[in-house]
Ligand binder design. Structure first.
Ligand SMILES: CC(C)(COP(=O)(O)OP(=O)(O)OC[C@H]1O[C@@H](n2cnc3c(N)ncnc32)[C@H](O)[C@@H]1OP(=O)(O)O)[C@@H](O)C(=O)NCCC(=O)NCCS
Length: 177
C-alpha cells in the first residue's frame, strides 16, 4: 500500500464526515457536521492510497503553545496498517513547524498514542478551554477519556541558548551585532 498524507481540501469534507460518523455513532468520537468540517478544513489532513481516502486527522491550535490532535479516524477496513500513525506524524510535524510546544489528544485509545510517543497526563493540567467541546458529548460530564501529551522541539531548534546563538552569529557576521 502506497500511503500519502496530505492537507485536506473542501471536496474531502463529505468523506471526512463519513469516516468519523460510524465511530461517532458508537460514542467513540464526537459527531462532526459538514459545516464544522468545512470551517476547520485547514486543520485537517487525510491519508490516501490508490486515490481512496482511508483516514483523517485534525490539528487544532488552542493557544500559542498548545494544540489538540482530534477527529482522528481510520476506516475500519484500513486499520492496523500504519495509517493512524502516519496521520498523527503529519500533524505532529506541522505542530513543530508552527512552533508549538505541546500537542495533546483526549482519547479512549491511550495505547495507540503511547506508541506515537505521547504520555498519559493528568487532565487538570490542561487549560480550561480544552474542554469546550465536552458539553457536546453524550458522556458529559463523566467520561473515561485519557489526556495524552507530547512535548515538541520546534523545527530548526539547535539546543543553543539565544546568547550562544548571538555570539555565533556575531562571529559569522561582525557587522550584524
Ligand atoms: C485508533 C486508530 C486511529 C488507530 O489507527 P490505525 O491505523 O489502526 O493505527 P496504526 O496501524 O497506525 O497503529 C500504529 C501502532 O499503534 C498500535 N495501535 C493501534 N491501535 C491501538 C490501540 N487501540 N491500542 C493500542 N495500540 C494500538 C498498533 O498496533 C501499531 O503499533 P506498532 O507501531 O507497534 O506496529 C483507529 O483504530 C481508529 O480510527 N479508531 C476509531 C476512532 C478512534 O478511536 N479515534 C481516536 C480518537 S482520539
Amino acid at each position: 500500500m502506497s500511503l500519502h498524507v496530505r492537507k485536506a481540501r473542501l471536496s474531502d469534507a463529505p468523506v471526512i464526515q463519513a469516516l468519523i460518523e460510524p465511530f461517532a455513532r458508537q460514542d467513540e468520537m464526537l459527531h462532526r457536521g459538514l459545516g464544522e468540517i468545512c470551517e476547520n478544513i485547514r486543520d485537517f489532513v487525510v491519508a490516501e492510497a490508490d486515490n481512496e481516502i482511508l483516514g483523517c486527522c485534525s490539528l487544532h491550535v488552542d493557544t500559542p503553545e498548545l494544540a489538540e490532535i482530534k477527529a482522528l479516524a481510520v476506516a475500519a477496513g484500513a486499520q492496523k496498517r500504519g495509517v493512524g500513525a502516519a496521520l498523527v506524524r503529519a500533524c505532529v510535524e506541522e505542530a513543530r513547524e508552527l512552533g508549538l510546544q505541546t500537542v495533546y489528544a483526549l482519547t479512549y485509545r491511550p495505547g495507540f498514542f503511547e506508541k506515537q510517543g505521547f504520555q498519559l497526563t493528568e487532565k487538570s493540567t490542561l487549560p480550561h478551554k480544552v474542554w469546550n467541546e465536552c458539553v457536546r458529548c453524550n458522556k458529559f460530564p463523566v467520561c473515561g477519556e485519557d489526556a495524552m501529551t507530547l512535548q515538541l522541539v520546534p523545527a530548526g531548534f539547535t539546543g543553543n541558548t539565544p546568547m550562544v546563538q548571538e555570539v555565533e552569529n556575531a562571529a559569522k557576521d561582525p557587522m550584524k551585532v
